[in-house]
Write a protein that binds this ligand. Structure first.
Ligand SMILES: [Zn+2]
Length: 469
């Protein structure tokens, strides 16, 4: 596996500390609202990364934090009079539902910030003991001028660092490097924990250092997030972690580029802001969204449009149609050696493309060639049972990575639809064409695509949002 490492700005072989076992930390959601499709671009890509590593034979231990204490959460709680838990619990539940909707595999752990306050305080105390902090008005700050390699990840020039200036916010602007807060002194109306620096609460950056090192070790392999996390969040994580332990924190950093909508930055005020739930409510198939989100290379900005979403749904229909064809009818035993060899070569091509810094368009290009080859062989009646079985298991292996190629079971087995299809066939046989057209319309209104073939009628459920065949 070769990946682009943000730290070195090079594509490098991924060599985990423990051979064959990748320890991966992925920054998780701040649970004050539903996650939007820009967030899911990153989470779907991280799922593709995790699945690819496993496809290539690595064991993966992934930790994703749940940030359940942070500026925006507190602001929402104070504005609505709710407790922190009342704000976060429904969105934590929604987050996991959304992961399932998008077919995102579960990480090994989802630690919550509020359950790791002692670990955060231990890091802050370690930093204090090494002289990397100072206290001011009840808060504890990281002194970035005392950490010479600050700025290495984001390529920040030392001269851009405002010596002695400090920032209390969890998020702040690019190129505005200032001493950042580790522990925020208690403010009226805010939740607080007791600590050696007085009552207060942790800064956001400290949360990720504490939870990643607790579950993955002081040095681990791979840390990912969106490009907007590079500075200040990941820069600050490195400073805190390496400052406290004296060891290298993370060897490889990977970052996904932005998602835009219709060529613009997504924002609520522009009316181009979408959560996963918004798209599902508009009748779009989450499978198509997953496919769209993962089919642009992660280091390229992704421009979300409804046309692109429809195109993604249309491409999935080509897989579904092949899937239905492979499932039908009796076939002669035996194999087509030439086809099998071609399919095996394509699988190798897919594997090599993914191993090359997740070259997903290379992989999907090869996959579509396989679909065309398979359809052509089926048209010629040249795909015997042995080759069909091998092709199905090949597609299953590849779909362990993509997670979109296999239509959901319910779209293929539906006794009610079967019955309607049988009635329509009978009507046609009896030359009752008005009746057969009526049934066809009923089926069409339910999103069923019919295809008349010499072997009989073939049906499948259209992918929601796809253009008509
Ligand atoms: Zn983080």
């Amino acid at each position: 596996m070769r990946i682009f490492n943000t730290l070195t700005r090079r594509v490098e072989p991924l060599e985990p500390i423990e051979p064959g076992h990748v320890r991966l930390y992925t920054c998780g959601p701040t649970v004050y609202d539903f996650a939007h499709i820009g967030n899911f671009r990153t989470y779907v890509w991280e799922d593709l990364l995790r699945r690819t590593l496993r496809f290539l034979g690595f064991r993966v231990t992934q930790v994703m934090n749940i940030t359940d204490i942070e500026d925006k959460i507190i602001a929402k709680a104070m504005a609505t009079g709710a407790s922190i838990g009342e704000v976060t619990e429904p969105f934590i539940r929604a987050f996991f539902e959304d992961l399932d909707t998008l077919g995102i595999e579960r990480a090994e752990r989802y630690p919550r910030a509020t359950e790791h306050i002692p670990e955060m305080l231990a890091i802050a105390e370690g930093l204090q003991a090494k002289g990397l902090t100072y206290e001011s008005q009840g808060s504890l700050y990281f002194r970035i001028d005392a950490f010479p390699s600050y700025g290495r990840l984001s390529n920040l020039e030392r001269r851009e660092i405002k010596v002695g200036a400090r920032v209390d916010n969890d998020e702040y602007d690019k190129d505005d490097a200032r001493d950042f807060v580790l522990w925020k002194g208690h403010r009226e109306g805010e939740p607080s924990w007791d600590g050696p620096f007085g009552p207060g609460r942790p800064g956001w950056h400290l949360e990720c250092s504490a939870m990643s090192m607790k579950y993955l070790g002081e040095s681990f392999d791979l840390h990912t997030g969106g490009v907007d996390n590079i500075f200040p969040h990941h820069e600050n994580e490195i400073a805190q972690s390496e400052g406290a332990t004296g060891h290298p924190f993370v060897r490889y950093w990977m970052h996904a580029a932005h998602l835009m909508v219709d060529g613009e930055k997504m924002s609520k005020s522009k009316g181009n802001f979408y959560t996963l739930r918004d798209l599902v409510a508009r009748g779009h198939d989450p499978r198509a969204l997953r496919y769209l989100l993962l089919s642009t290379h992660y280091r390229t900005p992704l421009n979300f449009t409804f046309e692109a979403l429809a195109r993604a749904a249309g491409e999935l229909q080509r897989f579904d149609a092949l899937y239905v064809r492979l499932g039908e009818g009796a076939r002669p035993a035996g194999r087509n050696d030439e086809f099998d060899a071609k399919a095996a070569a394509i699988e190798t091509e897919i594997r090599d493309a993914l191993a090359d810094d997740l070259n997903v368009s290379g992989a999907t290009g090869a996959l579509f060639r396989l679909v065309r080859e398979a359809n052509a062989a089926l048209d010629r009646g040249a795909l015997p049972a042995g080759s069909v079985e091998e092709l199905k298991s090949l597609l299953g292996r590849v779909d362990a990575v993509f997670g979109v190629l296999t239509p959901p079971e319910a779209t293929l087995l539906d006794p009610e639809i079967e019955e309607l299809v049988t009635q329509r066939t009978a009507a046609r046989k009896a030359k009752k064409f008005a009746e057969s057209d009526r049934i066809r319309d009923v089926l069409a209104s339910r999103g069923i695509v019919l295809e008349d073939t010499p072997q009989g009628v073939r049906w499948r459920r259209a992918v929601a949002g796809a253009p008509p065949d």
